[in-house]
Design a protein around this ligand. Structure first.
Ligand SMILES: Cc1cc2nc3c(=O)[nH]c(=O)nc-3n(C[C@H](O)[C@H](O)[C@H](O)COP(=O)(O)O)c2cc1C
Length: 211
């Protein structure tokens, strides 16, 4: 049974933003994306556990379209990935322990076939893989924050990503750090944020026009 760290539980109850109407594993409520990170080295057994979790995500035709390019803080490749981020993301993510560029590849050859097909759900499937990575990180006491704010052209050049890869998101991984590490305007955001209500996102049998 997953036991979130007590500091996180108290933060969740203080913020009062993530009470579930129907009981659900604290794994889902306890995960949140901090910006403040300590910058400490991430051990291989942690980093690769996150990739393993991602690897076992479900995908259309079991096509497994997710691809990851990573770099650890202190490596030259980290600087290259970091330089692709938008300025606001660069500020906090310099203290990440690792940066991961998540990509998806729509072209695949189904098992037992010889002809290539294009998946219509490569991004959707890569999203499932990223979520698995994020939850595994949370289980191991590490934090993740995805970023859409990066220059895709720079990132493609920095990672030599072939044209067939769609660059989906950059992910910062780190140990949650002191909010004082952040610019002042970001510090109040270091807590779990809100969610829509179930009735705003879940509908019986069909969708209302205003959903
Ligand atoms: C695809 C994607 C792109 C995101 N882009 C950014 C970003 O560029 N910068 C940032 O600070 N956070 C970014 N986020 C983080 C979201 O703002 C955050 O996940 C959301 O507010 C929910 O908060 P939580 O993850 O703490 O539950 C992104 C998240 C996702 C999944």
């Amino acid at each position: 049974m997953f036991e979130p760290d007590p500091a996180l539980v108290s933060l969740v109850s203080q913020a009062g933003e993530r009470a579930a109407d129907t009981p659900v594993s604290s794994l889902f409520i306890g995960r949140w994306s901090s910006r403040a990170m300590t910058g400490e080295p991430i051990p291989d057994h942690v980093l690769f556990a996150l990739f393993e979790a991602a690897r076992f995500a479900p995908s259309s035709y079991n096509s497994q379209p997710w691809r990851f390019a990573f770099a650890r803080r202190g490596e030259p490749e980290f600087e290259k990935l970091h330089a692709c981020l938008s300025e606001p993301n660069r500020v906090w993510s310099r203290n990440a322990s690792a940066l991961v560029l998540v990509a998806s590849k729509a072209a695949f050859t189904p098992d037992g076939k010889t002809e290539e097909m294009m998946s219509g759900s490569a991004s959707f499937d890569a999203g499932a893989a990223w979520a698995s990575l994020a939850f595994q990180a949370s289980l191991l006491g590490w934090s993740t924050r995805a970023m859409g704010g990066f220059d895709r052209g720079l990132a493609r050049a920095a990672t030599q990503a072939p044209e067939g890869l769609k660059l989906e998101a950059m992910v910062a991984i780190g140990k949650r750090g002191d909010p004082a590490l952040l610019p002042e305007d970001r510090r109040p955001l270091e807590k779990p944020n809100r969610r829509k209500k179930i009735k705003e996102i879940v509908f019986t049998g069909g969708f209302p026009a205003d959903c």
